[in-house]
Write a protein that binds this ligand. Structure first.
Ligand code: NAD
Length: 292
């Protein structure tokens, strides 16, 4: 079993660190929040009083932080304390350019790095069923599995450092476009007298079939146990979707890629966020179209 340092124990990082403890790894945790630390300490993780103290002697260093500036700041502070044969895994969703810059500055000190953003949300983090999308060398991807298998079910090697972040934002951009399209199609049917359940069944057997329609229907009471049938509570927040669409827009600008649907979805999500719906699940974009 490995010595693991875990930095950033929020909604995602907390349950991920607990799953590492349950799998028998020795986890040393650090977060700026004492409440977040107390939760993982109660499950058997050791608590450090600084990020530097947490990484000392660790074989694996895992970070799960809000944004690129936090990740860059963390590794600037702790790089000198990381042992030479350790593997650093940043699981945060950040811009690929920052992931590559952090990877390069650690590589200059002989420290291995992979970006390993996740899909699956808080539910997946708790259940240990996250999808990890890894950017890094084949050797480092293989080594990362020692810890990733305790937290996730699907592990993908997307390419070199930064590729994990790119694959993640491509997926989330497509997801947002599908969610917006599914919402407007269902509402068009409802406005013209159709039952949303019947319309969804028809489209599921037709060419409009997609993941949001089948498993995450945005119209209330079409499916049980999805956020739309629970006042859009839980799930993946509008704030996070807006963040990921901002990263996709930045990436598209850098590569001079045309992403008109992604840009439109971003504007819709940002407008929805500004109306005060940032903490609701992202399927609440349905409300943008419905009369309620
Ligand atoms: P969160 O805000 O709940 O947790 C972030 C944690 O990082 C907090 O506990 C905070 O105190 C801590 N932190 C911030 N700066 C720190 C520092 N310098 N040192 C130590 N700790 C620090 O966020 P989250 O929902 O857990 O998301 C974390 C990352 O995962 C984000 O990049 C997010 O985009 C991504 N993500 C989130 C979800 C989700 O559904 N919540 C899904 C996929 C990916």
């Amino acid at each position: 079993m490995a010595q693991v340092a875990f930095i950033g124990l929020g909604n995602m990082g907390g349950p991920m660190a607990i799953n590492l403890v349950k799998a028998g790894h020795q986890v040393t945790a650090f977060d700026l929040s004492q409440a977040a630390l107390a939760q993982v300490a109660a499950e058997g993780a050791k608590v450090a009083d600084s990020a530097k103290a947490a990484v000392l002697g660790a074989d694996f260093i895992i970070s799960m932080l809000p944004a690129g500036k936090h990740v860059a700041g963390l590794y600037q502070d702790v790089a000198d304390a990381i042992k030479a044969d350790a593997l650093v895994l940043d699981c945060s969703t950040i811009d690929a350019a920052t992931a590559r810059a952090v990877g390069a500055s650690l590589a200059a000190k002989g420290i291995a790095f992979v970006d390993a953003p996740v899909s699956g949300g808080v539910g997946g983090a708790k259940a240990g069923t996250l999808t990890f999308i890894v950017g890094g060398s084949a050797e480092h991807f293989s080594k990362a599995q020692t810890v990733l298998t305790a937290m996730g079910k699907n592990l993908f090697h997307a390419g070199e450092v930064g590729a994990g972040q790119i694959a993640k934002i491509c997926n989330n951009m497509l997801l947002s476009v599908l969610m917006v399209g599914t919402s407007e199609a269902i509402q068009l049917g409802v406005d013209n007298g159709l039952d949303p359940k019947v319309l969804s069944e028809i489209m599921l057997k037709s060419s409009g079939r997609n993941w949001t329609l089948e498993l995450y229907n945005p119209c209330p009471d079409v499916l049980p146990n999805v956020p739309s049938s629970n006042d859009y509570q839980g799930g993946f927040m509008v704030d996070l979707m807006a963040k990921d669409l901002g990263l996709a827009a930045e990436c598209a600008q850098q590569s001079q890629s045309a992403t008109p649907m992604g840009a439109l979805a971003r504007n819709l999500y940002v407008a929805h966020q500004r109306q005060g719906f940032g903490k609701l699940d992202f399927s609440s974009i349905f409300r943008f179209f419905s009369k309620k």
